[in-house]
Ligand binder design. Structure first.
Ligand code: ACO
Length: 328
């Protein structure tokens, strides 16, 4: 049996910090409201010239260095993003060129904030089926370019960033042990960027109607997120033949501290076994989980053989969870 070991991890966040105090000067909000309702204190915003692909490349270089993998040895390159640099070519093609991953098959995967779980699932399947030996999975998003900074219901929530992992074939039972992906039908309008695609191609009218911005029905998304992430996490734990008390760390998508608290209660996990960095980065969409993985590893919270549960929820409305045995 072949498994996909996680042998490298890396992250990148832009330098520019946008604090709650900064947002108080832009929209009718307060630091107190944002902290109490979301747990966010600040987020990073991409600078001029920074894009989902450029941030992804920075995270990928770190992950490849840690794994000791030459970019020319990557077989498959998956970029999870809902904010590619352009509609065409894919962000993965841009990353391939920048990294010099000349042999890699590049592809984008779009499941919004759940994207990294989907990318990890795709990458793991390529390795476990024996098709590929080395896969790079990146989660990267630049949602600041799609936010309406007059809409206090969305602009306070999101930040930019990227995270990456390297998967390598091994005989050892490690890496992703179980995965659960899904979406709730007929909920697309609850969280969307309607303009710029084939339904509403960019035009003066779509700009006037602000269709190029993200819109969200926050309260509805919140309720679906708590339920889907809770059920999906319990499923991947059970599918791996484990019980929640055998999970050493839960990394939930960093969307709202109240969603994270609800998840911890549902799984009866003490908060020190639940990773939280939403205060510093806000919701970085597909980058949220790989960034958290890097920081958890650096904080000494992940050791070889530990069982880590990841779970995410986002536009679609999609969810994605995985139970991972930490490999190194
Ligand atoms: N500052 C001050 N007041 C605000 C703000 C703000 N930034 N935003 C909303 N309010 C007000 C509202 O206008 C409302 O006022 P009203 O009662 O007078 O009408 C009040 O606060 C409550 O608004 P709600 O929307 O009900 O607030 P809620 O407690 O639901 O928090 C939030 C809003 C933070 C958006 C929450 O619903 C949430 O986190 N939703 C989930 C988001 C999520 O998980 N997204 C999934 C991933 S994203 C992706 O895939 C790209």
């Amino acid at each position: 049996m072949t498994y996909a070991a996680l042998t490298g991890w890396g992250m990148y966040v832009p330098e520019r910090v946008l604090s709650n105090a900064d947002l108080e000067r832009i929209v009718d909000t307060s630091d107190e409201w944002i902290v109490q309702r979301t747990g966010i204190r600040e987020r990073r915003i991409a600078g001029p010239g920074e894009t989902s692909a450029t941030m992804g490349v920075r995270a990928a270089r770190q992950a490849l260095d840690r794994a000791g993998v030459d970019p020319r040895d990557i077989d498959i390159l998956v970029v999870a993003t809902s904010t590619p640099d352009q509609l065409m070519p894919s962000a993965a093609c841009v990353v391939q060129t920048e990294l010099g991953a000349v042999r890699a098959g590049p592809m984008d995967v779009n499941a919004a904030c759940s994207g990294f779980a989907y990318g990890l699932a795709v990458g793991t399947q390529f390795v476990r089926s024996g098709t590929s030996k080395t896969v790079l999975v990146i989660g990267t998003d630049t949602l600041s370019r799609f936010l309406n900074y007059q809409d206090r219901g969305t602009c306070i929530l999101f930040g930019d960033g990227a995270g990456a992992v390297v998967l390598q074939a091994t005989d050892e039972p490690t890496g992703v042990l179980s995965i659960d992906l899904g979406a709730i039908p007929n909920t697309g309008e609850m969280l969307e960027i309607p303009g710029g695609g084939s339904a509403h191609p960019a035009s003066p009218e779509t700009l006037d109607q602000k269709l190029h911005y993200m819109t969200m029905q926050g309260r509805e998304v919140f309720k679906h997120a708590v339920r889907a992430m809770g059920e999906s996490t319990l499923k991947v734990i059970a599918d791996a033949g484990l019980t929640p008390d055998q999970v050493s760390l839960l990394i939930p998508h960093q969307a709202n501290i109240r969603i994270i608290d609800a998840m911890a209660k549902r799984l009866e996990l003490p908060m020190h076994q639940v990773f939280v960095n939403i205060d510093r980065y806000g919701n970085t969409s597909a980058a949220s989980i790989p960034i958290a993985m890097c920081e958890a590893q650096e904080a000494g919270l992940l050791k070889r053989g530990d069982h880590l549960a990841i779970t995410a929820f986002g536009g679609g409305l999609t969810w994605g969870s995985a139970l991972i045995r930490w490999s190194v």
